[in-house]
Design a protein around this ligand. Structure first.
Ligand code: B12
Length: 217
């Protein structure tokens, strides 16, 4: 079977919440030396399918939980290979968290892993992070980049409040600190609405943006 067939099979198996089938394909892809990011991208697409099926009523919340669990297992398999694939010495400090009211962390964790693989030091604040915590930790960590994750449409308001607080209260304490937002339902319009500097809808784009920010710093 060609690599392309395996990818589309993986997308569909994840969409169908077929844990055993999905894990089997992932193992095959790894054994064939398939780049981990290709596997992760296919998983991303599979999760989108799950989201669509939840939205049109074919899946319930249990489907979302199941999908999250399958992805966690896939990541555990893929992670060691990601680490050996990427390693260089670029560095920068990133403060990362999922904004208040939002509990999604799979994508954020992926961003954290990828940035770590590229030599960034990442402080992860976890999920449902209040604006005040972002501010307090930003003043301590003095990051080059504050990365905010949000998968819910509701999260945009939390991002806006957090960024407003960071800008109002940090004074001159965070010179040159850029704000990067990421997640689904993020685009230029949302970026402007929340007052962020950059946006990304996948971890690889986020990594490229972070590298550019630090290079230009
Ligand atoms: C798994 C899942 C869950 C799991 C989360 C488990 C976990 N630990 O994260 C659980 C079951 C907890 C959950 C709960 C809910 N969920 Co949910 N969930 C999903 C699902 C199916 C997959 C998300 C995921 O992990 N994708 C895989 C990862 C790899 O992709 P990702 O998260 O998008 O991350 C990538 C990018 O966005 C980006 N990125 C993410 N963060 C950042 C940050 C930075 C800085 C950068 C640079 C990039 C970046 O890079 C990542 C990697 O490429 C999505 C559907 C979807 N496709 O998004 C719905 C979805 C996000 N959920 C949704 C909903 C409605 C809910 C609930 C409200 C359901 C309910 N009625 O309770 C609750 C909300 C709970 C809360 N307060 O947060 C909706 C949101 C709709 C909306 N417009 O707001 C979605 C879109 C499903 C849908 N289509 O309706 N969910």
């Amino acid at each position: 079977m060609s690599l392309k067939d395996e990818k589309s099979q993986l997308i569909n198996l994840l969409g169908d919440l077929d844990e055993n089938g999905a894990m089997e394909i992932v193992r095959r892809c790894i054994a064939a030396g398939d780049p981990p990011m290709h596997i992760i991208n296919a998983c991303d697409a599979g999760m989108r399918l799950v989201g669509e099926r939840y939205q049109d009523g074919r899946y319930f919340i249990s489907g979302l939980i199941m999908a999250g669990e399958i992805l966690r297992q896939v990541m555990a398999l893929v992670l060691p290979f990601l680490k050996t694939e990427f390693s260089d010495n670029s560095s920068g400090r990133v403060l990362l968290g999922t904004v208040q009211g939002d509990l999604h962390d799979i994508g954020k964790n992926l961003v954290k892993i990828l940035l770590g693989c590229y030599g960034f030091s990442v402080v992860d604040l976890g999920v449902d992070v209040p604006p005040e915590t972002f501010l307090k930790r930003a003043l301590e960590v003095k990051p080059h980049i504050v990365g905010m994750s949000g998968l819910l449409t509701l999260s945009h308001e939390a991002m806006r409040e957090t960024i407003a607080l960071l800008k109002a209260e940090s004074g001159d304490s965070l010179p040159g600190c850029s704000i990067l937002i990421g997640g689904s339902y993020i685009d230029d319009r949302v970026c402007q609405f929340v007052g962020a500097d950059y946006w990304a809808t996948n971890a690889v784009d986020g990594l490229h943006i972070c590298r550019r920010i630090v290079e230009e710093h």
